[in-house]
Design a protein around this ligand. Structure first.
Ligand SMILES: N[C@@H](CCC(=O)N[C@@H](CS)C(=O)NCC(=O)O)C(=O)O
Length: 195
């Protein structure tokens, strides 16, 4: 398997989840400015969408989109998904919330020319949405005492919140520290040159 990633980008969540799952894979860095891989290939020929994450599955198929990749990883390592009758849908619900309401909420911070007012509005919205998620957390992690693929995704959003000085609830600061202490998180950060 090959994970195409950019250091500290949303693909870090997939990188962490792959390590949490104990799966074997190569991680190939993509320069998102030039759309070139670290081994000199045009990334557009690998993923026509042009963005990370992209995961080459064991059968050679390319899987894209965080929600799909994280769900695939959760299917390979059942300990990384909640258990119960509606658990699969709860996981999808949370991944979709992180992806469409939090991840995409950071857009003004990544868009050249965004005004301070746009960034302030985005910051307030992200704080509200993170607070809601924190209130739903069942225990040490989003779904209880065991880490899930959604925690890997949320952790990346918390690194972005720190970078852009977005306020987060106290409970999520402690949660981010707990995540950062996990061997899989440390390894993914090291491999992305962020250790
Ligand atoms: N819809 C995609 C979005 C992924 C995405 O936003 N990737 C960013 C990094 S976090 C990226 O590669 N941006 C570069 C670009 O779009 O050229 C997903 O959820 O996986």
């Amino acid at each position: 398997m090959i994970l195409y990633y950019a250091p500290g980008a949303c693909s870090l969540g997939d990188h962490i989840a792959l390590h949490e799952a104990g799966l074997t894979f190569d991680a190939v860095k993509v320069d998102l400015q030039t759309h070139t891989t670290e081994d000199g290939r045009d990334f557009g020929t690998i993923n026509p969408k042009g963005y990370v994450p992209a995961l080459v599955l064991p059968n050679g198929e390319l899987l894209t989109e965080n929600i799909a990749i994280l769900s695939w990883i959760a299917d390979k390592a059942s300990s990384l998904q909640p258990q119960g009758e509606t658990a699969r849908y709860r996981l999808l619900e949370t991944l979709a919330y992180i992806s469409t309401e939090i991840h995409k909420g950071f857009k003004p911070f990544f868009t050249p020319g965004s005004t301070d007012a746009q960034k302030a509005k985005a910051s307030d919205t992200i704080t509200q949405r993170m607070t809601l998620l924190a209130g739903q957390a069942k225990d040490q992690f989003l779904f209880g005492s065991k880490v899930s693929v959604a925690d890997a995704y949320l952790f990346v959003m918390l690194t972005w919140a720190k970078k852009f000085a977005v306020k987060i609830p106290e409970s999520l600061s402690a949660y981010a520290d707990r995540m950062r202490a996990r061997p899989a998180v440390k390894l993914a950060l090291e491999e992305e040159g962020l250790g």
